[in-house]
Design a protein around this ligand. Structure first.
Ligand SMILES: [Zn+2]
Length: 445
């Protein structure tokens, strides 16, 4: 029987020995960016890597997801290590593809490298027989909640039910056999201020909205009085949303950030079909609900002012993230052992973005730490991985060591984490909550 420390050093040695191949996976995916639910090539690459490693796996989950499973030498709980498959769409990014402008401007390609790194380390080092339980490796589709119209189309065709990958995998039952879930996201070195690992904290949840102002087309020069200008309705609605901002409480960290996805047809016709999308984000579900009602009011005001109408399609987004403290402590200890205490961000930060790891965190112990190694601004044209060792190898080693802590010694630690965790809701309560957020309204002004 090897000690946990011996197992950990074997796994880290294995990851180090295979470093080039592991980093190569991330770099290959950088060159084939694919937005959510379209990650076919990325998904195939993951499946091929799983096959090479001898991991039993299934693909086509929530369209492109891949889930592999390996077993330890004895029975025990199941830890899932996650990686996100999808890119963003940032046409001006230096690594954007020429067709759709897809680009890895959030570093998810590094996450897949990390996922393969954890699998490579745990399998290649031969430590699995010393573990009690199972490790699931899940490549998850569509973390970025984008292309709402396209995804609503998939939903209408019955291909998905939720517009994010993890909610969809939860619905499909792919988390039913998982007891704990971990992931590591990349972060820009400037944000990390010299530190290499952040263990994560809480983050905003969100609702998504698809909005369509309907007016009446007319000659924009000859007879604008005969039209109803849907773009004017939209701009009034945008101003009305801004007028709500002074009512948002700082503690609720509300973020409302609409975009116009269609502003009209041609310049000499009064716009009669103007479309917007927005998120309504906040720290708690109550705060999101409150802000959302204000946004709806503002949207109706736009339609009312011009005498047009508005269709408001509100969709469930992501739930606020809560990190399991005990699971976080295990990860943190391993981060400290790898990079040193001074290089690990103290826990407790609240992020105002959203992640569907928040959804997972409502039904089981989950964490969403960060690893440095990127440069630029997240989601910006300059977000690039500058140090793949930091962005891929460090989190792979820390997550593999975390798995060992959880499942070694008869999975004592893993069982303790599960035992101490009080889930915020059951899967069914989660699904009911998500369904309750759907709302379709047609308002005639
Ligand atoms: Zn991301």
């Amino acid at each position: 029987m090897s000690s946990r420390e011996e197992l950990k050093s074997k796994v880290c040695d294995e990851i180090e020995a295979r470093a080039d191949g592991i980093i190569g996976v991330a770099q290959a995916i950088l060159k084939t960016p694919e937005p959510g639910f379209r990650e076919t090539r990325t998904s195939r690459l993951v499946a091929d890597k799983f096959s090479e490693l001898g991991i039993e796996h299934r693909g086509g989950l929530a369209i492109t997801g891949v889930k592999g499973m390996v077993r330890g030498g004895a029975e025990g709980p199941t830890v899932a290590v996650l990686g996100e498959l999808d890119s963003l769409i940032v046409p001006a990014h230096p690594e954007a593809d020429s067709k759709r402008g897809a680009a890895h401007a959030c570093g998810h390609h590094a996450q897949i490298g990390t996922l393969i790194g954890v699998a490579t380390g745990l399998i290649g080092s031969g430590v699995l027989p010393f573990l009690s339980g199972r490790v699931a490796f899940i490549a998850v589709p569509a973390e970025e909640y984008i292309e709402i119209e396209f995804r609503e189309g998939l939903r209408k065709k019955g291909k998905i039910s939720f517009l994010g990958g993890k909610p969809e995998l939860i619905r499909l039952g792919e988390f039913d056999d998982i007891d704990m879930a971990i992931i590591t996201h990349t972060a820009a070195s400037a944000v990390m201020r010299g530190r290499l690992i952040g263990t994560g904290g809480t983050s905003n949840g969100c609702l998504a909205k698809q909005i369509r102002f309907i007016g009446r087309g007319a000659h924009a020069g000859g007879a604008p009085h005969a039209g109803i200008n849907a773009l004017n309705a939209a701009t009034i609605a945008l101003s009305a949303i801004h007028a709500q901002r002074e009512t948002f409480k700082d503690a609720d960290t509300i973020r409302v950030h609409p975009i116009i996805t269609k502003g009209g047809e041609v310049v000499n016709i009064v716009p009669d079909d103007v479309r917007m999308e927005t998120f309504v984000r906040g720290k708690t579900l109550e705060a999101i609900k409150d802000a959302n009602e204000k946004v709806d009011r503002a949207l109706r005001a736009g339609a009312l002012a011009v005498g047009g109408s508005v269709e408001i399609n509100t969709l469930p987004g992501y739930l606020p993230m809560t990190s399991d403290r005990n699971l976080q402590a295990v990860y943190r200890a391993n981060a400290v052992s790898l990079v040193g205490k001074s290089k690990v961000v103290p826990p407790g930060r609240h992020g105002t973005g959203s992640t569907d790891m928040g959804d997972v965190s409502h039904i089981m112990p989950a964490i969403h730490p960060y690893a440095a190694g990127a440069t630029g601004t997240s989601h910006g044209i300059d977000y690039l991985i500058e140090d793949y060792r930091l962005a891929v190898l460090n989190p792979a080693k820390i997550m593999a060591m975390t798995v060992i802590d959880l499942l070694a010694d008869g999975a004592m630690k893993g069982k303790e984490v599960i035992g101490k965790h009080k889930p915020l809701m059951t899967k069914q309560e989660y699904l009911d909550l998500m369904e309750s957020m759907r709302k379709k309204e047609e308002y005639q002004g």
